[in-house]
Design a protein around this ligand. Sequence first.
Ligand code: ADE
Length: 419
Amino acid sequence: MKYDVADLSLAAGGKKRILWADNDMPVLAAIRGRFAKSKPLKGMNVSACLHVTAETANLARTLKAGGANVALCASNPLSTQDDVAASLVKDFKIATFSICGENRATYYKHINAAIDHKPVITLDDGADLVNELHTRRKKDAHRIIAGMEETTTGVIRLRALANEGKLKFPVIAVNDAATKQLFDNRYGTGQSTVDGIIRATDFLMAGKKVVVAGYGWCGRGLAMRARGMGAIVIVTEIDAIKALEAAMDGFEVMPMAKAAKVGELFVTLTGNKSVIRAEHFRVMKDRAVVANSGHFNVEIDIPALKRLSKKVIRNVRNYVDEYVLRNNKRIYLLAEGRLINLAAAEGHPASVMDMSFATQALQAEYVVKKRGKLSVAVHDVPMEIEWQVSRFKLKSMSIGIDKLTAEQVAYLASSGEGT
Ligand code: ADE
């Protein structure tokens, strides 16, 4: 088995983390049990470009239990948990190519190793693997039954590819599933972003002016959690409906140009680029903290920050770089603008990844069943999978819900009954 990880001697610690996370992933564990018997992915090569975390390890184990030959590479150079990567190789015999802190060349070498695995199914978090199959490795695209995409940024890229008429195989927007967005994006990002910022800075949230750029599910989650910890939350948006929603949720809403002057902590969660740029850095307060929790490190215009600075002091604390502007104000950039929740913390808790990765596993089974029948387009996760994951999760939480009575079923189906 081929692999490239930092240090195999870390495996014992990684295994403990994988099994600890598994305790909080009952839906995925139940699917793994079923997959082990029915082998829906028997003999299939599956390549996954995901954050290499304990939770992802449990997804990889599930796909393997279903009969797949799995290769795993990182979807971000800073998010790999090296002990988990070691355990995946040593204890779970999963071909893993990822090293925390890998440079760009190694990052792409690892993605290419995952493509050399000759996958028929791909899983992506950010669409770098699928993008490689549409650019430098086009010749390898013909084998793919379907690809699954885990994150908002990746779905945006895939829709752009489809709109340009360049998409080469069906892809499933797992990110857009309710079982993903409402929970992973909202509660996962909300909590893990706060976690990453606090681990990096040890700052108190109470009383802090926190600017949340983007009021999608991730932004909503962060705004809610920051407010819960006593922060004064300001939201910036480009979408009128979301801006209105934020205002009626009780947040201050204003353009970034105005927020930049008053904010003490800024977090981008937009899926777009240069959301915080030169004109904003120039007017920020001394010691403003800037972090990103969107997928790519382009949401903060770091080259502009560098241009405005007379001095950069790396690692004034782990994950914190100090930029001293020519006007002598200091700006602290966290985790080099890479997603703070995975760089400085451990990503979303297992309990919420349980739902996302259960959806991924069931989706893998589904695309095999539908092999050759899915159109080359961006597809939604079928509702039957969403219901299945939700029902399982409720059961694992010992929560019961009501059933429609026969009378209610008839009422909902008829247009005749009014006042
Ligand atoms: N994305 C966000 N949190 C994650 C986690 N814990 N594992 C994998 N992908 C993630």
